[in-house]
Design a protein around this ligand. Structure first.
Ligand code: NAD
Ligand code: TYD
Length: 339
């Protein structure tokens, strides 16, 4: 790895915590500083196994805090920033978009300026395929040339962050790259997202809510495949470029839920059809041929196998998600780190 001191933002969340574990497991010569505000989605238990690792350090703070961001970069001294920090749940952005604009737009501005002012630090921005809008059943998958057309406050805020990152490349020659990835699944995903919500509800013998008809399609990728893609972009990606990463696994929500029911030995009468999400995007799909030809990346974890292992992980770690579902862990971190 050509970078030695990495600042990961949002590393106490789902994808960021898996990224830190993956990188520290693979490279013994790197150090990672994890800057995370510990919002409702941030959970240091995601990184409990790394607490004693001398190459890992946690800094509790907000990416919007200019002074803290600059101090953290200078003190460590950071040569790569990987920005996972975000408000990430579409349903929450429908109810209140303010924190989405604050973290996803204002926050990345702070990070980009700090990268610029501290010697044009290499910057990788984690983004989503949702910036491209949605597809009809017969439309071609998104690729790097698809025009942006975000339709939720979440995806609009992520689109803004992508535009800002790219603007700092064109304007200031800041060495950035961006990845736009499809729906991730895997261990440590907050149980408000479809796969962990369904799995943990079924483990508790509760109903599983399906929005609308269940015909909406997502392209699912294992979080480890995503993070391997991020690593390859950091190492080999062309500065200023965007890479689309996807799982090559388009499934309707109903197919996903039925598969989880089958793996967990549950019956279809646990499904509960509820009111549709406002502005519910119909379909996401990714053409990752650029990442494949330029980086040699493609997803490696077959969906059925990855899903079975993920369900097994939730079954084996009830303490992790039961605490979250009860809200107990938020009280714990408030006591430990203050508001
Ligand atoms: P997550 O919600 O699980 O984690 C987000 C993390 O960011 C949390 O630890 C939270 O405490 C932290 N955070 C939020 N606001 C912050 C702030 N102002 N300052 C510092 N830290 C802050 O999200 P995730 O699913 O791990 O997603 C990570 C990134 O990947 C996001 O940028 C998201 O847009 C993107 N992404 C997610 C998916 C997916 O399927 N989950 C797919 C593609 C892209
Ligand atoms: P989600 O995991 O929230 O990811 P995103 O909205 O970013 O794609 O939702 C995935 C799909 O599952 C989406 O079409 C909404 C649907 N969904 C349900 O049907 N029921 C649920 O309880 C949740 C959380 C999502």
């Amino acid at each position: 790895m050509q970078y030695k001191n990495i600042l990961v933002t949002g590393g106490a969340g789902f994808i960021g915590s898996n990224f830190i574990r993956f990188m520290l497991g693979k490279y013994s010569e790197i150090k990672i500083v994890n800057l995370d505000a510990l919002t409702y989605a941030g959970n240091l238990e995601n990184l409990k196994d790394l607490e004693e690792n001398v190459n890992y350090k946690f800094v509790h703070g907000d990416i919007c805090d200019e002074k803290l961001v600059n101090e953290t970069i200078r003190n460590n001294p950071i040569d790569l920033i990987v920005n996972f920090a975000a408000e990430s749940h579409v349903d929450r952005s429908v109810i209140d978009s303010s924190s989405f604009i604050q973290t996803n737009v204002v926050g990345i501005r702070v990070l980009l300026d700090a990268a610029l002012e501290n010697g044009k630090i290499r910057f990788h921005h984690i983004s989503t395929d949702e910036v491209f809008g949605h597809l009809k059943a017969d439309e071609q998958p998104f690729d790097e040339l698809t025009p942006y057309n975000p339709r939720s406050p979440y995806s609009a805020s992520k689109a803004a962050s992508d535009h800002l990152a790219r603007a700092y490349f064109y304007t200031h020659k800041l060495p950035i790259t961006i990845s736009n990835c499809s729906n991730n699944y895997g261990p440590y995903q907050f149980p408000e997202k479809l796969i962990p919500l369904v799995t943990t509800n079924l483990a508790e013998n509760k109903k599983v809510p399906i929005y609308g008809t269940g015909e909406n399609i997502r392209d699912w990728i294992h979080v480890d495949d995503h993070n391997r893609g991020v690593e390859m972009i950091i190492e080999k990606g062309i500065i200023g470029e965007t890479y689309c990463l996807g799982g090559d696994t388009e499934k309707t929500n109903l197919e996903i839920i039925e598969k989880i029911l089958e793996i967990m030995g549950k019956k279809k009468d646990q499904i509960e059809y509820i009111e549709d999400r406002k502005g519910h995007d119909l379909r996401y799909a990714i053409d990752f041929s650029k990442a494949k030809s330029e980086l040699g990346w493609e997803p490696q974890i077959a969906f059925e196998k990855g899903l079975k292992e993920t369900i097994e992980w939730y079954k084996n770690n009830p303490d992790w998600w039961q605490k979250i579902k009860s809200g107990e862990y938020q009280e714990y971190y408030k006591k430990q780190y203050g508001e």
